[in-house]
Design a protein around this ligand. Structure first.
Ligand code: EPU
Length: 412
């Protein structure tokens, strides 16, 4: 699917944020820890969530969806995730910790690499092994066997997915566990909060050190998915790029702090309890040097948004991508087709801002695609942005929302 974008129109108005993909996926993964009903509110209407629900349903869970509320209940009736559905999203790996803790067994297709990098699983798997789980690769399947026991484990990197999977394994493990060097992303904290509401015993939720006392059983709960900080940042970047004025409501400004701090010197930014206003009057003269890192530092998921803003600036920006090795190069090449001046060496993009022109470009991944759409919204003239199927994995009705803010985006 392509977007046909007639760019150069400032975006103005109010847009409401919605539930975070990466929160919804981890909470849905954790529903395998109980047969009771888990009700999730604010579940976004996006392809990745549809596929995660399909996966759970195919494996035996009963799913009822009514608008943005989803109820998940029942037991798994297979411990082998069907390849056809599980390979549609990497988030499918988030059922691993919960399944091995509740059933003592799970087999999943190897998630493998993707457009943004190789994405190994060693931190998840070493952690499971520390907990006494036997991990095997059988052809292209990953298989975990044995009920986990409590353990002390230091993650060699603060991986979001590994923290989430290991936390789910620990909450039903026999004995006490300590996880050191955990990811502290808001989505990980939300998982800790939901597990606690289900009866898990966790100390340190939201911190890098989690102390967990295993319990025998978890019960159902009702929980609300946190707002999507990446979606909020996308609309903010779109306003900044098009020299517009936007208020994003229903978000958590604190979760956007690192991103807003980079933009703040150049734009009118005001934050309130649950909304952010951004007004852009003139094009900035470059954004200095920015490096991606785990939360609360500058997120890799907002890097492609900043790359586009830097490409549109009037000066120099240096962006270092420290998490996913392929996340810079593709977008740099596409933006250069629009007249940008970006050089990528290893993990570093050096950007000299230019006035971009319309072009035919293609997104290769979800966040990269969003960055390119913003470039097309800012560049005068008609651009075609391909690869929209990647963008639909994480954004609900992006074209409709952009058009409501004054953009001219058509679907082909
Ligand atoms: N890593 C390893 N070994 C592991 C796990 C991770 O080396 O066992 C490395 C990765 O290669 C990467 C770094 O650790 O260099 C961070 O990866 P992390 O595990 O934190 O990422 P993830 O859990 O696979 C989640 C989000 C991503 C987001 C990253 C970083 C979900 C479903 N996905 O992925 O979201 O970019 O955290 O914040 O939560 C997206 O939404 O577009 C997206 C890719």
């Amino acid at each position: 699917m392509d977007y046909l974008i007639n760019g150069g129109k400032p975006l103005r108005g109010v847009i409401a944020d919605y539930g975070a993909k990466n929160c919804a996926l981890t909470l849905l993964g954790a529903t395998v820890l109980t047969d009771d009903e888990v009700i999730l509110h604010n579940c976004p209407d996006i392809v990745d969530v549809d596929n995660m629900l399909k996966l759970l349903q195919t494996m035996g869970k009963k799913i009822i969806r009514c608008g943005d509320t989803v109820a998940v209940s029942g037991a798994l009736n297979t411990l082998c995730a069907p390849k056809k559905i599980a390979t549609l999203l990497r988030g499918s790996a988030l059922i691993m910790g919960g399944a091995v803790a509740k059933y003592g067994r799970i087999a999943l297709p190897l998630p493998g690499g993707c457009a943004i990098g190789s994405r190994p699983m060693d931190i998840h798997l070493c952690g499971f092994e520390e907990m006494g789980v036997e991990v095997m690769h059988v052809e292209d399947m990953l298989s975990c066997k044995g009920f986990p026991h409590g353990a002390k484990y230091k993650l060699r990197f603060a991986s979001v997915g590994a923290t989430e999977n290991l936390l789910c394994a620990c909450v039903l493990a026999k004995g006490d566990s300590v996880l050191y060097g955990c990811a502290t992303e808001p989505e990980v904290a939300a998982l800790g909060q939901m597990l606690s509401a289900m009866g898990a015993k966790i100390r340190g939720v939201g911190s890098a050190e989690l102390h967990i006392s295993g319990v025998n059983k978890l019960h159902g709960t009702e929980f609300t998915v946190i707002p999507d900080r990446i979606v909020a940042a996308t609309y903010i970047a779109a306003a900044a790029a098009t020299l517009g004025e936007i208020t994003v409501t229903d978000c958590v400004p604190q979760h956007l702090k690192a991103f807003l701090d980079v933009l703040r010197p150049y734009f009118r930014i005001k934050t309130y309890d649950d909304c952010v206003f951004v007004g852009a009057d003139k094009t900035p003269s470059g954004y200095g040097e920015v490096e991606t890192a785990p939360y609360p530092l500058f997120p890799t998921d907002m890097q492609s948004l900043l790359l586009t803003l830097a490409a549109l600036s009037r000066g120099k920006t240096v962006i270092k991508e420290k998490l996913f090795e392929n996340r810079l190069r593709h977008n740099a090449e596409q933006l250069n087709k629009m007249g940008a001046n970006i050089t990528v060496t290893d993990d570093t993009a050096t950007v000299w801002g230019e006035k971009l022109h319309a072009a035919d470009i293609v997104g290769a991944d979800l966040r990269g695609g969003a960055g390119l759409i913003i470039a097309a919204l800012a560049a005068h003239g008609k651009s075609t942005v391909g690869g929209i199927e990647h963008v639909n994995r994480g954004y609900a009705d992006l074209a409709g929302n952009l058009n409501a803010l004054g953009a001219d985006v058509a679907l082909r």
